[in-house]
Design a protein around this ligand. Structure first.
Ligand code: 3HC
Length: 314
């Protein structure tokens, strides 16, 4: 390592030690940059793919109010993807490359979006549990060491809070409805609880990235810490709703000051992450079709930008 590089490494380490931000123009170890591209890209892909499960319910929302709320939420997810792709592009990778890596399976998106939305209650459960889990995972990321990523998180977390509240309010409305509506909510919660716990990633002792990501200040908490925080946050909310979680081991542990809970099915998780979940193929086919259908817009925008540049230069 040349003296200059060790000085650069020293400066990088000092910035992290002071909890300051690493900005795109700063020197950074190649491994740090690669980890950021991987995590931010997958986060962005998750936002864009995450539009699909609820998108299918926009035309079937039971009222204009519910349709307007759901439209706003799905539109927010597109914006979250935009902020995150933009943050990723500051690391020298283009959106076209990232899209190609998503469509070819070389980059992932969150496992949770490979589960189907079988009833309207799922719209509420996704808002309450999936966006609730996302909040648990994303609030610490507001303090991530890479500047553009942390700044993107601030607005995303504010909008996620709206997503979670609207989902909880939708479910509360259904729980005050008929027996059939209450049963629909409980059935939905039963289907989404364990996949929501899997969103936080594998157990810490099976996470190949957590230790280094924590050392670099990319992650501020481990997978298990955030999963525990989500369980402890969700139990009182479920009680307020009047629903239960499908986990016979779920109980308060006074000694730990936290809830004990069962073990997610990590074999199922690995199957879904590897591409064999209930909706993986459908989600990627839909994303590929949308990308292909949008080719003319990209070509027109590129042609317009080129003409404008020529005119300005003339
Ligand atoms: N789905 C798919 N893949 C997952 C996963 C999940 N839920 N959890 C972990 N993985 C993958 C990791 O990507 C990694 O594979 P890779 O090395 O090939 O990328 C492997 O499993 C091992 O996991 P690690 O815990 O070692 O990986 P990370 O340190 O990257 O931790 C993470 C995983 C906690 C998801 C972390 O990447 C993270 O915090 N990402 C940012 C938040 C995010 O992406 N959230 C996704 C949901 S966004 C959302 O919900 C939108 C909302 O609007 C609804």
């Amino acid at each position: 390592m040349t003296a200059t590089e060790s000085e650069l490494q020293g400066g990088f380490d000092q910035t992290l030690a002071h909890n300051d931000r690493i900005e795109p123009r700063d020197w950074m170890p190649e491994g740090y940059r690669k980890t950021l591209v991987r995590q931010i890209a997958q986060h962005a892909h998750s936002e864009i793919i995450g539009m699909q499960p609820e998108g299918g319910w926009i035309t079937r929302a039971p009222s204009l109010r519910r349709k307007a709320i759901l439209l706003a939420k799905v539109q927010d997810e597109a914006g979250h993807g935009l902020y995150l792709y933009s943050a990723c592009e500051t690391l020298g990778v283009s959106r076209a490359e990232l899209t190609e890596m998503l469509l070819s399976g070389r980059q992932k998106y969150s496992s949770i979006f490979n589960y189907p939305t079988l009833s309207y209650a799922d719209v509420g459960t996704i808002g309450w549990l999936v966006d609730g889990a996302a909040i648990c995972n994303q609030v610490p990321l507001c303090r991530t060491s890479f500047g553009p990523y942390g700044r993107a998180m601030i607005r995303i977390c504010k909008e996620e809070s709206f997503h979670q509240r609207q989902g909880f309010e939708l479910l509360m409305t259904m729980m005050r409805g008929t027996d059939a509506q209450r049963a629909m909510v409980q059935e939905s919660v039963d289907r989404f609880w364990w996949p929501a716990l899997m969103m936080f990633g594998p157990p810490d002792d099976e996470s190949p990235n957590t230790a280094q990501s924590m050392a670099w200040g990319i992650k501020r908490n481990t997978n298990d810490e955030l999963r525990q925080r989500f369980v402890d946050m969700s139990v009182p909310q479920a009680e307020a709703l009047g629903v239960t979680f499908p986990d016979p081991e779920l109980r308060w542990n006074d000694e730990r000051g936290a809830h004990d809970f069962g073990t997610p099915d990590w074999d199922e998780f690995m199957q879904v992450v590897k591409g064999d979940g209930p909706c993986n193929r459908q989600r990627i086919a839909h994303r590929r079709r949308a990308h292909e259908d949008g080719a003319w817009v990209r070509e027109a925008a590129t042609a317009f930008a080129a003409r404008s540049t020529t005119e300005v230069g003339a």
